[in-house]
Design a protein around this ligand. Structure first.
Ligand SMILES: [Zn+2]
Length: 486
């Protein structure tokens, strides 16, 4: 990467006042980064209630703004000339500020930011709904925002102005109105950057999850120059459920990265406690204890998965100059898998986190992340042979080669195929030929069946290739007969 253009933080101009529509621009040579710390609930009951009050204030503003929007919509139905408040943070906040002395006489007890956060959250929800309705938004349909009860609300508030600091003792975090909070972990990784002028805090979010408090800072950080990848070359990564990832690199080395063992133990324990909960009487001490236990197990699962995916993606980004992964359609994967156990393991593996993490980590290092075509049947094509592997049963680990009858490890084969993608697609039936199969796995099907014999014929003539064969060699030898046959 090029030298960071801006080295002196004093020369970085961060505009304080900007219109709500104008996006903040990250200066050259800087990147956006988040830092999260768990903080202890304050011992002082008054301070603890002040924290809860901020959360309540945000929820109040959200519900108020939603009521405003709804009553405007109803009024418009009766009278099309009714003047509605615009659906944006600016207009709604202005109206809120005008009305707050009457609707929320206690408003001064909270930071003004809490109301702003609530209204901003509603604006995002409204935009998501309208984009989804207009077909501008991918994914699941988004419903119209609903009123939030204390139980359903995500307790959080974002501060964008005021005192937001990690104190030099590396344990204390200061936020506006709330005051000081004690971090449960050392804040060194952020404090050091801020002190040396290599990071600036833009906003801080205080939130409650599993009954615990977390503070996350959104910052801009001076781009760090990473050393060159330790190994270089290209690696194909097959993400899976049995093992978190199978990596095949251009040296022919295959690495299996297992899911963390404590995760499995935690999940077993979670199922056990999950069965206990409905057997206990709501409101009893046992019920409360089971609920608290469930929350703590959920927290552990989330953290174990997060750690596993971060360790994997950092290792990949540090090691290789190019990484090829599949374009996983997780929603379709879950749907196509009948059994609940399979669906759960899809979620367990937290596969969805890996691609975004790799995307930014490799961008920071200036290395390449390649995403293979979604219709590339990486686990069905036999690497180095070209036949379509037979699946003895659904999601079997060992697949059978139609040419030699040997057993092939599904994950290792897929990782090899990904490493050599897209070269390998030149002789595959799916991906190169089929424009849009109806199912993402693209297994079986008419194309596969008529291609099978010609591949099998070609395959029997050639001796079996070793796994370490150079990809270019594999392409020329396999590619020619395949194209001739087509
Ligand atoms: Zn084969």
């Amino acid at each position: 990467m090029a030298d960071p253009v801006v080295t002196d933080p004093a020369t970085v101009t961060v505009k304080k006042k900007r219109s709500p529509r104008e996006k903040f621009e990250i200066p050259d040579g800087w990147i956006a980064r988040g830092f999260e710390f768990e903080v202890a609930w304050p011992d002082d009951p008054e301070l603890a209630s002040r924290v809860r009050s901020q959360f309540g204030g945000r929820r109040f503003a959200y519900n108020w703004a939603l009521a405003q929007v709804k009553s405007d919509m109803d009024a418009r139905k009766l009278d099309p000339s009714h003047a509605s408040v615009q659906w944006n943070l600016y207009a709604l906040r202005k109206r809120f500020n005008a009305e707050k002395p009457t609707i929320a006489p206690w408003w001064e007890a909270n930071s003004k930011e809490v109301y702003s956060t609530g209204i901003a959250d509603l604006c995002v929800a409204l935009k998501n709904w309208s984009d989804s309705k207009a077909g501008k938004r991918k994914g699941k349909k988004v419903g119209f925002p609903k009123f939030r009860s204390t139980r359903k609300d995500q307790a959080r508030v974002r501060f964008t102005t005021g005192v937001m600091r990690v104190e030099p003792d590396r344990r204390t975090i200061t936020l506006p109105v709330v005051g000081t909070l004690r971090s449960k972990e050392n804040t060194r990784r952020l404090e050091r950057l801020v002190r040396t002028g290599k990071a600036r805090i833009l906003s801080a979010t205080l939130k409650e999850r599993w009954g615990r408090l977390f503070v996350s800072f959104s910052c801009i950080v001076e781009a760090h120059r990473y050393p060159a990848p330790t190994k270089g070359g290209r690696a194909g990564v097959d993400l899976g459920m049995r093992v978190l990832a199978t990596i095949a690199d251009s040296d022919g080395v295959v690495i299996e990265v297992p899911n963390p063992a404590p995760l499995r133990a935690t999940l077993t324990e979670r199922r056990r406690v999950g069965r206990q909960l409905p057997r206990r009487i709501p409101g009893s001490r046992g019920h409360d204890a089971a609920k608290a236990k469930l929350a703590s197990l959920d927290r552990r699962c989330v953290h174990l998965r997060k750690q596993a995916s971060h360790q994997l993606t950092t290792m990949l980004a540090d090691t290789y100059s190019e990484v090829v992964i599949e374009d996983l359609d997780l929603a379709a994967m879950k749907k196509s898998m009948g059994r609940r156990a399979f669906r759960r393991s899809v979620s367990d593996a937290a596969l969805g986190q890996i691609r975004p993490q790799l995307t930014y980590k490799m961008a920071w290092r200036g290395t390449t992340l390649t995403v293979a075509n979604r219709w590339f049947a990486s686990s069905k094509i036999h690497h180095g042979c070209g036949c379509r592997l037979i699946e003895p049963r659904k999601l079997a680990k060992q697949l059978v080669c139609t040419v030699t009858g040997e057993l092939v490890d599904r994950d290792v084969n897929a990782a090899h195929n990904l490493r050599d993608w897209p070269d390998i697609a030149s002789y595959s039936s799916v991906g190169a030929v089929a424009p849009k199969p109806s199912s993402p796995t693209g297994s079986g099907g008419g194309l596969g069946s008529d291609i099978g014999p010609s591949d099998a014929g070609g395959g029997s003539v050639r001796p079996l290739q070793s796994r370490k064969a150079a990809p270019s060699e594999a392409r020329t030898r396999k590619g020619t007969p395949r194209r001739g046959a087509a």
